[in-house]
Design a protein around this ligand. Sequence first.
Ligand SMILES: Nc1nc2c(c(=O)[nH]1)N[C@H]1C(S)=C(S)[C@@H](COP(=O)(O)O)O[C@H]1N2
Ligand SMILES: [Mo]
Length: 188
Amino acid sequence: MPPNQRPIKRILRWGIDHPGIISTNPRIDTTTYTLTVDGEVDRPVRLNWSEVLQLPHTVSVSDFHCVEGWSVLDCKWEGVRLKDLEKLVKPKATAQAATFECADSYTTSLFLSELADDDVLLAYKLNDEDLEEGLGAPLRLVVPSKYAYKSALWVVRVRFTRGKELGFWERRGYSDSADVWKNDRFRK
Ligand SMILES: Nc1nc2c(c(=O)[nH]1)N[C@H]1C(S)=C(S)[C@@H](COP(=O)(O)O)O[C@H]1N2
Ligand SMILES: [Mo]
């Protein structure tokens, strides 16, 4: 267990088990949903929901750590590895990071080196069930080695960038590295 974390049984659902901060949960209809992947890439794409489901997908079991101190071990996520998404859009040599934009206007950014791990997914299932709205349906980011504010819910756009951008919580004083093993909670 990373420092100062305690295990609980289930991931708390945003807006249900813990309060939403920006807005009430957005309800995303998969019949009109589009995922835009663009920015510093050779082949920008806009994918509808059935096209998202046709991407190569992976199951990955990982632990989930919220900066407020709760952790959930052995979450079985299913979705698209960021690595596989990059094969589709081909980031330019100048791309260094990606900003994840969400339906509630939340954002967070990660270096491509941080997104390269096999357990980093844009996930649509948890423990064999479709994601619930409070867990980011239909598509959320999962970055197990970072505090959960890097794991964006309700992702609608992945924008590759030259430099790192500060996201919603990172602008408000939380650590931009957010490394759970280094206890990187607040910006220094
Ligand atoms: N779009 C969006 N993603 C978000 C947030 C948010 O407000 N909006 N909150 C973050 C924070 S602070 C946490 S702890 C996790 C919570 O994820 P969960 O609802 O799966 O527990 O979502 C992160 N991703
Ligand atoms: Mo959080």
